[in-house]
Ligand binder design. Sequence first.
Ligand code: ARG
Length: 453
Amino acid sequence: MTLWSGGRFEGGPAEALWSFTVDTSDRRLLDVDVAGSIAHASMLAEVGLLTTQEATAIGDALGEIAAEAESGRFSFLETDEDVHSAVERRLGELVGDVAGKLHTGRSRNDQIALDLRLYLRDAVDGRISQLLQFMSTLIDQAKNVGSTVVPSYTHVQQAQAVPLAHHLLSYAWMISRDVARFRDARERIDVSPLGAGASGGSSLALDPALTAEHLGMHGVFANSMDAVGSRDLAAEFVWCVTQAMVHLSRLSEELVLWCTTEFGWVTFADAFTTGSSAMPQKKNADIAELARGKTATVIGDLTTIMTLQKGLPMTYNRDLQEDKRAVFHADDTLSGALGALGGMVASAAFDPPPPDAWVTALDLAEVLVERGVPFRQAHHIVGGLVADLVAADRDLATVTGPELVEHDARFTVADVARLDPVESIAFRRTSGGGSMDSVREQIVVLEAFLGHI
Ligand code: ARG
């Protein structure tokens, strides 16, 4: 029995229509659907569209449905077109004809728009707390690695020496912006569309602000067509997820490289690595590879939800039923990735080799700049030294003080101290740059951000 059977429809739907149009993916919206209905029923009673007895009967039965769902006793039937139909059908079984009053002043169009916003609000909260946990893991590891120095890379070539902690914190900063994006999105999501009805509102004396208040939502729709026809908030959520996954994919790529014998920067606990069925020596970073790979599927979700909206005439069209798959899949994927990758990062033991000696070349050029040499000229002078050393099959670490002075009289023998990659970071002055002072300052700010929630 569909919600629209009888009336103008003779007979039931064709099997081909049913199997093509029924959505079972929305079953996970049952708890928010019930919460929305409870708020709607309360509002209907408060404005006099339900008697107190009717509202109590409906409210109690909805509570029972929520309890059935909670304990896994709620049964969906093949004849339930979607989650809204299932709840209304069960309500009818529990309270009889009065169930038919719940849909007063409401359409599935504003109902699904509400359910989606309630789901998104919870999802945002859940992902924010996981992202903060992930940041905290990165900060802990930044503290664990102390003043260990690694090369920073540009073009996958060793660039400048930096504290490994500085590298790890770069991801904490990216993730802090992911958190901020989710928080921004939450403001727009937390607005109730209930009362918009099918698309044009209602002639009944509904009080949408009251329903919103019951749901703890901070705002109410301003345009009923926008309220039922828009999905930019679902898209914004999926974009927030996608950008966070893209950040995780970058970290994942680095973790995969770092645990190779070629890099030798890190090992992970056995519990967070996988073996090979064929090669006994292998210990693979499959979690990181999958986080990287699953990012592709979330980018697919973003494409789905953008394309669903593209060129769609106002207001609700059944196309929009497909939004949920993208939202749920993106949400589940980020949640899973943060859990697994977070565990893997927490289990990491870092022990990277020191950077190549060449990473101090820029520091050496800056010594000359401090003595008044134009940077372009200093670059040229140090470049000449690099060329001489390469020709002699040597590197910067082997240069002596007198050799420096011989290469350019503005150097002093003491400048040789600047050629040790590990020592070189102590000379770094830029606030936010790759020095231990900067790392300590960053940790203070990031920890304040974590405590902010
Ligand atoms: N299952 C539908 C969806 O997810 C609910 C809204 C259906 N509304 C309608 N008028 N057919 O979008």
